[in-house]
Write a protein that binds this ligand. Structure first.
Ligand SMILES: [Zn+2]
Length: 551
């Protein structure tokens, strides 16, 4: 009889939840509405014009603009009497960002026994490992059977550094530009067999590396090239294992040479690539190119901003409803084509940042406290890969098991105007609509509270279109709530949809629909309030998508 019994038992347990879930009518009292009305469009606009001003420089992680925004949040939280919930009684949870960079002073570059300056005369743009090998010149390095091109026909590149010269800007699928008269469309068949750039050919044929000789483009842009290369990717120190001292796998380096080094290599040789030589040949019999790279670790620091508003119920206040946003964006781009070099991130996610701040202010102004506590987390590094949320969930500054739900606000400030036919705004939600993601994915109770609060208040157009882990846009996986969900915490994510200024310099505060933000933020506030006062915390009673089972 077993199963049914089991089935029966199951039905019994979830009865309360299910009945609550299915038939939830959330009643928003007049007193609760009054509290939510402390959140106003004027207040939100005032904060957003500060957070998304050019002065914040697009709040990259790490950056001064981000740190100033963190201080701004802290100043207000202190004024309103919030409890610091970061490190050691502060509002900040600091975390280290590590970048392994090539140490030019400790890196040695030699050709034929003569030393050259790393950074000045050579830069590594990819690959790893040290080199001690002869050089072979291979023209522009492109082997394209369909065009009858093969610079490797009469040379052997095994164990050598392949020097190549190609005018123009590198792009597309290679470190060297395509030869004149060849287009991407000519790269038919299999890469490596029917066509190959020098990088592909070299790796496949046991070369020690590639040395790109200085075309006019490279010579003119040497400082940019050397500035951006040789600097490893920035990672979160405590979330990323150290780079192995001795790189795994075959060592192979992609290098660019300065005019000075290139001239020295080809002095007295049968041809000078910088002056038009194109035929392949072995360079400098008996001469060796030697490179031994030393790296050093650069550390930078950033912070999540974390505050607690303690609940009033002696028992329930041990539990918390978390509300969050990311206060970072992508910074500036000095090489941006247009005059505007600052990615202000007013909607992404300045809107969430100040929505959470206005929720904090409303809590502080409320005549009473909710039963459970409220945990506010402003995450750093979301744009870099959900860094702050990942860090907080792996190194929580509070008892994460007591977090009953997380409400994530990421882009709620833009609305599609009537008659807007811009294809980039096709999926942008209207002035009274918002996408809601995740609420029904883990906990039927949470789903019901979210839905019930809305229908018991402003009846906004809650669009569940993206509320599916299989949705090709994968929005569920693309913002901070994801790491809370991975931690087994039911989540809900409010999002207005991609638009013409998504990750563009034009994401400015003067394009924000503050009336919409006021409505959405008040609704999220009341959803939080309903959750803080629930008799029982929402249970995870849904089959979790595979990605959430990985923990
Ligand atoms: Zn965002």
């Amino acid at each position: 009889m077993k199963r049914t019994f089991l089935a029966l038992l199951l039905v019994a347990t979830f009865a309360t939840q299910a009945t609550f879930a299915q038939t939830t009518k959330v009643t928003i009292t007049a007193a609760e509405k009054k509290i939510a009305e402390n959140i106003t469009a004027a207040q939100i606009s005032n904060y957003l014009y500060f957070v998304a001003s050019d002065a914040m420089g697009g709040r990259d992680t790490p950056s001064v603009g981000l740190d100033i925004t963190a201080e701004f949040l802290k100043m207000n939280l202190q004024r309103w009497g919030f409890k610091p919930a970061g490190d050691n009684g502060t509002f900040f949870q600091k975390f280290g960002l590590r970048r392994d960079v090539i140490d030019p002073k400790a890196t040695s570059v030699k050709y034929n026994g003569i030393s050259y300056e790393y950074g000045e005369d050579l830069a590594r743009v990819g690959g790893s490992g040290s080199i001690s090998a002869p050089i072979v010149f291979a023209g522009n390095g492109w082997m394209i059977k369909s065009k009858g091109l093969n610079p490797y026909a009469n040379i052997d590149v095994k164990g050598k550094v392949i020097a190549v010269f190609a005018e123009g800007e590198p792009g597309g699928r290679s470190i060297t530009p395509l030869p004149a008269g060849v287009t991407q469309a000519d790269l038919t068949g299999t890469r490596g067999t029917d066509w190959a750039d020098v990088n592909t050919y070299g790796r496949a044929n046991g070369a020690a590396g590639v040395l790109v000789l200085p075309s006019k483009f490279l010579a003119d842009n040497w400082s940019e090239v050397t500035a951006q290369f040789g600097r490893g990717r920035m990672v979160v120190d405590k979330l990323t294992p150290p780079t192995p001292a001795t790189p795994t796998g075959p060592s192979f380096s992609l290098l660019v040479a300065s005019p000075k080094l290139a001239k020295a290599i080809f002095a007295g040789e049968q041809g000078d690539p910088m002056n038009g030589a194109t035929n392949s040949f072995d360079v400098g019999a008996g001469k060796k190119f030697e490179l031994s790279v030393a790296t050093k670790t650069e550390m930078a620091w950033t912070q999540n901003v974390i505050a607690l508003w303690e609940g009033s119920d002696p028992t329930l206040k041990a539990e918390m409803v978390a509300v969050g946003a990311h206060y970072d964006h992508v910074g500036t781009n000095p090489n941006a084509p247009g005059p505007d070099k600052i990615w202000n991130g007013a909607d992404d996610d300045g809107s969430g940042t100040v929505a959470v701040l206005s929720i904090a202010e409303a809590l502080a102004k409320a005549p009473k406290r909710p039963k459970r506590s409220v945990l506010l987390v402003w995450h750093a590094g979301e744009e870099k890969g959900l860094w702050g949320a990942d860090y907080f969930n792996k190194f929580p500054t509070v008892d994460i098991k007591k977090v009953i739900a997380q409400l994530n606000i990421d882009m709620i400030g833009r609305s599609k105007a009537a008659g807007d036919t811009n294809p980039k705004n096709k999926e942008l939600s209207g002035p009274n609509d918002i996408y809601v993601i995740g609420s029904e994915m883990m906990s039927s109770t949470l789903g019901a509270v979210v839905k019930g609060t809305n229908s018991g208040f402003l009846k906004l157009g809650y669009d569940y279109k993206y509320d599916d882990p299989k949705d090709p846009n994968r929005f569920f996986f693309r913002s901070d709530h994801f790491h809370y969900a991975q931690n087994g915490i039911p989540v809900t994510f409010w999002f207005d949809g991609e638009h013409e200024d998504y990750h563009q310099p034009g994401d400015h505060p003067d394009k924000i629909d503050y009336q919409k933000m006021e409505k959405v933020t008040r609704t999220i506030f009341l959803t939080m309030w309903e959750l803080t006062d629930l008799k029982e915390r929402p249970k995870v009673d849904k089959e979790l998508p595979a990605e959430l089972k990985q923990r």
